[in-house]
Design a binder for this molecule. Structure first.
Ligand SMILES: Nc1ncnc2c1ncn2[C@@H]1O[C@H](COP(=O)(O)OP(=O)(O)OP(=O)(O)O)[C@@H](O)[C@H]1O
Ligand SMILES: [Mg+2]
Length: 369
């Protein structure tokens, strides 16, 4: 007998243990009290956060919200697609929101649903969504997060038979429609690094689309500073020269950026054009942390910080050279990304040309760790 059957006397059937044991085979289940991230840990992305706050408030008051919308003949549809390069905060930000709004979350490894056996993929998709819907109804709200959703919805999916891909996609669309129609307080998230390959029908089924990007230099500065603060929290001294270098480099870039904007008469972003860094490189021969980290994700900066800690934990000091060389050693994700669906052509060309220039200028000093 199923251990989650409702026994009819109002007892909770979906306890944490039951949810973990039943959903755990599809991915990781997170209960708010065990989530470590907070929304503020993922810096930047302010527009996304603002909308997600409204989204989660609606989820918390789902029945009231859906009653009003139904009156207007609108079905509420709490579905979100997060897309963008690896390590830019898609999963962590969702976990932060789940904690903040006290809603349990299951991050489904979507490729685990995929089976070479005809019909099995469809069955698995239905099982996981039906189960999450039951949990959502009992607990008041629940989040189902399909990580790498392109595993069911794209040409690169592991489903080899074309007909089976189509059937899996259709089945996925049907379950989403059904959830929306039935009015279940279940938020469905999808995340992908391969948005251009995602079946357009899946794409359209998600109400909200949020793009996560490699951080530009003002955000990189904040991310670097936030990891330096964590190093300090671990009672490891951080050399002042790291902060002064960062501040000087930032000021220099900003000045050139604003002069360029006035000269051109329009705002340019760091990645939209090579103009800004061409201008910077004309006058400035010293590469700082912000230039080094062009094309780094937040996660790359985190990895670099962790590498530097291996040494800093012994010396109890993080020096500029150690931090710089550690970040250099880990490298940025963008340079490894060959696929055009992750980076637009121009962004990719820009990051590669800037990295080539960096290599030529700094070839003499290989990283010393
Ligand atoms: N904007 C940011 N601010 C601060 N930290 C960040 C940021 N982006 C990423 N990070 C750091 O990188 C870590 C990993 O990010 P996360 O796993 O959420 O990325 P993702 O977009 O889900 O990647 P993937 O597409 O590979 O699943 C975060 O936990 C955080 O420490
Ligand atoms: Mg992720």
């Amino acid at each position: 007998m199923s251990n989650s059957k409702d026994d009819g006397d109002g007892k909770i059937t979906f306890t944490e243990d039951v949810i973990k044991s039943r959903l755990g085979k599809y991915g990781a289940v997170y209960f708010p009290s065990a989530i470590q991230e907070s929304i503020d840990d993922i810096l930047g992305n302010e527009n996304i956060k603002e909308i997600l706050h409204d989204f989660f408030k609606a989820l918390k008051k789902y029945y009231e919200f859906s009653k009003r919308l139904k009156g207007a003949k609108l079905n509420p549809s709490l579905t979100v697609l997060l897309y963008g390069p690896p390590g830019t905060g898609k999963t962590s930000l969702t976990r932060g929101f789940a904690k903040h709004y006290d809603i349990p979350l299951c991050v489904v490894e979507t490729d685990r649903l995929v089976s070479p056996l005809l019909g099995d993929t469809i069955k698995q998709i239905r099982n996981v969504v039906d189960l999450a819907a039951e949990i959502a109804k009992e607990r008041g709200s629940f989040i189902l997060f399909f990580d790498e959703i392109d595993a069911i919805g794209s040409e690169r999916s592991n489903i080899h038979e074309v007909g089976e891909i189509k059937r899996a996609v259709i089945s996925f669309l049907q379950v989403i429609d059904r959830i929306n129609y039935e009015g279940v307080p279940l938020a469905i998230f999808g995340a992908t690094n391969h948005q251009n390959q995602l079946d357009s029908a899946i794409w359209r089924r998600f109400t909200f689309h949020f793009s996560f990007e490699f951080p530009e230099y003002p955000l990189r500065k904040k991310i670097i500073e936030s990891f330096l603060a964590k190093v300090k929290n671990a009672k490891i001294g951080v050399d002042n020269s790291i902060y002064t270098n960062l501040a000087e480099e930032y000021e220099m870039i900003q000045k050139i950026h604003s002069n360029l904007t006035s000269k051109l008469g329009y705002e340019i972003s760091e990645f939209s054009d090579t103009l800004l860094w061409d201008e910077i490189n004309k006058n400035n021969k010293n590469q700082g942390l912000l230039e080094l980290t062009i094309g780094y994700s937040g996660s790359d900066i985190e990895r670099g910080t962790k590498v530097s800690l291996l040494k800093a934990i012994n010396t109890e000091r993080l020096t500029y050279d150690l931090f710089y060389n550690s970040l250099k050693l880990v490298g940025g994700t963008a340079i490894h990304v060959e696929r055009q669906d992750i980076l637009t052509d121009s962004k990719q060309r820009f990051i590669k040309s800037s990295k080539n220039k960096q290599e030529k200028r700094y070839m003499k000093s290989p990283p010393e760790i």
